[in-house]
Design a protein around this ligand. Structure first.
Ligand SMILES: *Cc1c(COP(=O)(O)O)cnc(C)c1O
Length: 383
């Protein structure tokens, strides 16, 4: 093993699971574009690999690296963040079981639970992630999972992972944290008592808006076995090129997250107090209700910023179509800055439900361009 126990995050991101190829010396893990593997006689596997749905060396390298970065014993990569969430939920829940979800959960997660899993006998109760007592009160006799996102999307509410892990443990329930918004560079939920972490690797982990993927990480051996079983049994696996792109993204995660966070702070400073901005939502602001929790469990406050336009919905829509560098698009976590209107775009499906977002809200995924250019772009678009 190349790595020492004491090696830091950035070192592990670049080297974990990524030893030089033993046959060629290739410094970078090759894209193993193969569906199957030669066997030494019937049932005699040369390499431990037999079929690429079950296992592929490029995917294995990615999974080993992801496990290292979240301080987990096991990781499994999936074709998307939703496939990873589905695998975790179907590993932990059976018909008749119940789970607690954030009352502002990611829309796709809400849809999976509300529209798919309820058809298989699963029930759920929404609770605000920032209210530990409310989450405790939502746990029932048949609850098996507390699902947490922190910070949440797009309102950037904070959940206290350690406190919610304690509440879950007291009730004999497993805490699962969707760590997509923070990334393991900023926040490591397994260290704070979560049973499992899921990611949309599409976002900060891939980091370049060029691949869709997901992952689940845990140190719970029984859960890991279920995740591996479903990865192969249901088959929502990433291809080797997707695994390669994600692994390449991970190498720069630490420097990107530093810059995303620093640029977001510059953007927040420019928006705060601006006459066209009624309110900035960012956990780094001292008046943000989750500021103390964020300061306790996150290394920096991240690259996601939302704000309420002072002049209402049409003005919010206008800003979204007037930026030069901030591209009007869904998704987040790439090197390029994005702007969007959650009410009409990412969260349109929540209209009329309890997850509905304010119509005058604008969400920014602050990229790693020059901060001065990003600030100028926003100030010009605000007019
Ligand atoms: C994007 C996202 C997902 C879903 O991931 P996909 O890769 O798009 O399937 C889940 N959770 C959060 C917080 C996300 O932002």
């Amino acid at each position: 093993m190349l790595l020492h126990m004491s090696d830091g995050f950035a070192t592990r991101a670049i080297h974990a699971g990524q030893e030089a190829d033993p046959t060629t010396g290739s410094v970078i893990v090759p894209i193993h574009a193969t569906s199957t593997y030669a066997q030494d006689g019937v049932g005699g596997m040369r390499s431990g690999y037999e079929y690429s749905r079950t296992g592929n060396p490029t995917r294995t390298a990615l999974e080993r690296c992801l496990a290292e970065l979240e301080n987990g014993r096991h990781a499994r990569a999936y074709a998307s963040g939703m496939a990873a969430s589905d695998a975790v939920l179907r590993s932990l829940l059976r018909p008749g079981d119940h789970l607690v979800i954030p009352d502002d959960a990611y829309g796709g997660t809400f849809r999976l639970i509300d529209k798919v899993l309820t058809g298989w006998g699963i029930s759920y109760t929404p609770a605000p992630v920032s209210d530990v007592d409310a989450v405790r009160a939502a746990i029932q006799d048949n609850t098996k999972v507390v699902w947490l996102e922190t910070p949440t999307n797009p309102l950037l509410n904070l959940g206290d992972i350690a406190a919610l892990a304690q509440v879950s443990a007291d009730a004999g329930v497993k805490l699962v944290v969707d760590n997509t918004f923070a990334s393991p560079y900023l926040q490591q939920p397994l260290e704070l008592g979560a049973t499992a972490v899921v990611h949309s690797t599409t976002k900060y982990l891939g980091g370049h808006s060029d691949v869709v993927g997901g992952a689940a990480i845990t140190s719970d051996d029984a859960l890991a076995e279920q995740l591996a079983f479903l990865q192969n049994g249901a088959g929502a696996v990433p291809g080797p090129f997707d695994a390669f792109l994600t692994l390449r993204g991970l190498k720069t995660l630490s420097v990107r997250m530093e810059r995303h966070s620093a640029n977001a702070e510059r953007v927040v400073a420019a928006l705060s107090g601006h006459p066209k901005v009624a309110k900035v939502l960012y956990p780094g602001l001292p008046d943000h209700p989750g500021h103390e929790v964020a300061a306790k469990q996150m290394k920096h406050f991240g690259g996601m910023v939302s704000f309420i336009h002072a002049d209402g919905e049409q003005a919010a829509l206008d800003v979204c179509s007037r930026t030069r560098l901030f591209t009007l698009a869904e998704s987040l976590g790439g090197v390029e800055s994005l702007i969007e209107h959650p009410g009409r775009m990412t969260h349109a499906s929540t209209a009329g439900s309890m997850l509905q977002v304010p119509a005058d809200l604008v969400r920014l995924s602050v990229g790693i361009e020059e901060a001065d250019d990003l600030v100028e772009d926003l100030l010009t678009a605000l007019g």
